[in-house]
Design a protein around this ligand. Structure first.
Ligand SMILES: NC(=O)c1ccc[n+]([C@@H]2O[C@H](COP(=O)([O-])OP(=O)(O)OC[C@H]3O[C@@H](n4cnc5c(N)ncnc54)[C@H](OP(=O)(O)O)[C@@H]3O)[C@@H](O)[C@H]2O)c1
Length: 301
């Protein structure tokens, strides 16, 4: 079965991708602390591993290409290295351009998602490294099939998709994102044309998110070390039918608000506009419900 996939990203307030381009943190606010928030939320998901695109994975690995003469010709079947109970570090690499040099990335077991077109020498290199690999069809573009295979081979249930922009766009187009987790740093990039956290490269006029709706599921204004970093999680679902839209409008006119605290202590807000969400939270606050959410304490909404 395909694992559930959460696209977990940090961004500037203008939605851009590259932290190195962001304006610097304000006096008294450490950028290391801001980056630490991303890791804390990453850990809090308790996911079985993470996925990145080929370019991002290339920046994280230290291996280099090795000449392997007379590499055996092997069938294009999944290969399992020794995972040793570690989380998975999955790189989507259709042409076999990432050189791991070892069986892990930062301690997590390396898994290459490849096109069947890759060379036997590259497969031999991955096996020598102790890495695992699975195939995503002849060209490496069957992302849905690869995710199904990873789910059944490794028995993983939840994975984080962590960029870059292109691979996030491809997963969006293939409807493989079940939730967006977005951390907004107090910074801007501001330059037109710089990459955003989701950049789909497809035919003109194509809308990669068509047929999917986002619902604000949880949000926090988390305060750490004197700085403020808002975080939100949006679940993905089918858009409402016109009948449902009419029923929702009626319920709203009648003043019925569907806002409740979930078992895990998150605020479940089932309205689409922020204004309505804030009203609903105010209603919750007035009933003095606990405000401790996971590792984070919401002092103020
Ligand atoms: N803000 C953050 O927290 C954050 C997080 C992650 C990354 N980043 C940054 O993002 C940058 C890289 O982002 P990126 O968008 O340029 O690259 P990317 O998403 O990391 O990788 C894109 C590559 O993935 C491969 N790919 C496989 N299937 C694909 C498909 N269906 N559609 C598109 N690509 C597919 C392609 O490799 P081939 O070219 O080999 O075919 C493609 O070039 C890095 O500089 C990294 O530091 C920032």
């Amino acid at each position: 079965m395909r694992p559930s996939i959460i696209c977990h990203m940090s961004t500037s307030i203008d939605g851009r991708l590259h932290p190195s381009r962001f304006t610097s943190a304000a006096a008294g606010v450490s950028s290391a602390v801001l980056r630490g928030h991303y890791e804390k939320i990453h850990e809090s998901f308790g996911a079985d591993g993470w996925i990145v695109g080929r370019k991002t994975m290339s920046e994280m690995t230290k291996g280099s290409e090795r000449a392997i003469p007379n590499a055996p010709k092997v069938a294009r079947e999944a290969h399992l290295g020794n995972r040793g109970g570690e989380k998975l570090a999955i790189g989507i690499d259709p042409s076999g351009r990432v050189h791991y040099g070892k069986d892990n990335v930062g301690g997590d077991h390396a898994v290459a998602v490849l096109g069947e077109q890759v060379s036997d020498a590259h497969l031999a290199e991955l096996r020598m490294d102790g890495a695992s690999y699975v195939f995503a069809g002849p060209k490496g573009d069957d992302l849905a099939g690869a995710m199904e295979r990873i789910g059944s081979i490794f028995g993983v249930k939840k994975l984080l998709l962590e960029g870059g922009a292109s691979i996030n766009g491809a997963f969006l187009k293939h409807r493989l994102i079940d939730e967006f987790s977005t951390l907004i740093f107090p910074a801007v990039d501001g330059v037109a044309g710089t990459q955003s956290i989701i950049d789909y490269h497809g035919p003109e006029g194509d809308r990669p998110g068509a047929g999917q709706a986002r619902r604000l599921a949880r949000h926090l204004k988390a305060e750490w070390s004197g700085c403020v970093t808002p975080w939100s999680a949006h679940s993905v679902e089918a858009p409402p039918s016109s009948k449902e839209t009419a029923a929702h409008a009626l319920a709203k006119r009648n003043g019925k608000r569907r806002c409740a605290e979930t078992k895990r202590g998150f605020l479940q807000i089932q309205h689409c506009s922020l204004v309505t969400a804030r009203l609903s939270i105010a209603a919750i606050k007035s009933r003095s419900l606990p405000r401790q959410v996971g590792n984070y304490c919401c002092r103020d909404y």
